[in-house]
Ligand binder design. Structure first.
Ligand SMILES: CC(C)(COP(=O)(O)OP(=O)(O)OC[C@H]1O[C@@H](n2cnc3c(N)ncnc32)[C@H](O)[C@@H]1OP(=O)(O)O)[C@@H](O)C(=O)NCCC(=O)NCCS
Length: 184
């Protein structure tokens, strides 16, 4: 298996949406209503939403590529958080948000996610901002373990709306090494 990691272009939007449809459900608690998951995928993870995010200022999507396939992706956002719970939890400001981080199950446990995380943290550090944060469902033990292994620490909790319900997330952050700013 040879993987490559590079920035998404508009040509990647359809493959990213296909990858998202497989990987988003894996991050949801087992009791999430399938209808809510399906609606979230349709509305938030559509080809059009990926096209918009690829073009959006301050947003960068990295693709984990396995040949022609997209086997995972991450998205960082330079916009600052507005959620009161996030603002009170974070000890670092300003911050990069790690908004999405998903790897296809065929690649779990094989080091691909670590490679994508290393490239994502490098990109985040290139922003020149001193920290990075993310939200992760409190029941997503695998992701929590993965993030902790990769330098994040738990600093608080927040809620994530999925359909009519609110899911409970942990807020994680990590300091970034100082870099000369290169990313927009
Ligand atoms: C989160 C994700 C990127 C991690 O990638 P990965 O290849 O699975 O990560 P790794 O195998 O390197 O690390 C996972 C760790 O969790 C452990 N783990 C696996 N299943 C677990 C479980 N059910 N409970 C607790 N820990 C678990 C593994 O043993 C490993 O820890 P170890 O290295 O100490 O043994 C990947 O699983 C994924 O894409 N999941 C679905 C999408 C998702 O949840 N994304 C995060 C959204 S915030």
């Amino acid at each position: 298996m040879s993987i490559e990691i590079s920035t998404a272009t508009a040509d990647d939007a359809a493959a990213l949406a296909a990858c998202a449809a497989i990987t988003f459900p894996l991050a949801c608690p087992p009791d999430s209503p399938p209808e809510d998951i399906r609606r979230h995928i349709e509305t938030q993870l559509s080809v059009e939403r990926f096209e918009a995010n690829i073009d959006a200022p301050g947003h960068t999507i990295l693709c984990l590529r396995d040949g022609e396939e997209i086997a995972g992706y991450s998205m960082i956002v330079l916009n600052q958080p507005t959620d009161a719970d996030v603002l009170s939890a974070l000890s670092i400001s300003p911050v990069v948000e790690l908004s999405k981080f998903y790897v296809h199950p065929d690649h779990h446990g094989r080091g691909s996610a670590a490679a994508l995380m290393a490239a994502t943290l490098e990109l985040a550090a290139a922003s020149g901002l001193p920290g990075v944060w993310l939200g992760v469902n409190q029941e997503n033990s695998r992701a929590l373990r993965f993030y902790t292994k990769n330098g994040f620490r738990r600093v608080g909790t927040k809620r994530f709306r999925l359909g009519d319900r609110f899911e409970d997330d942990f807020i994680l952050e990590q300091a970034l090494p100082a870099r000369t700013r290169t990313a927009a």
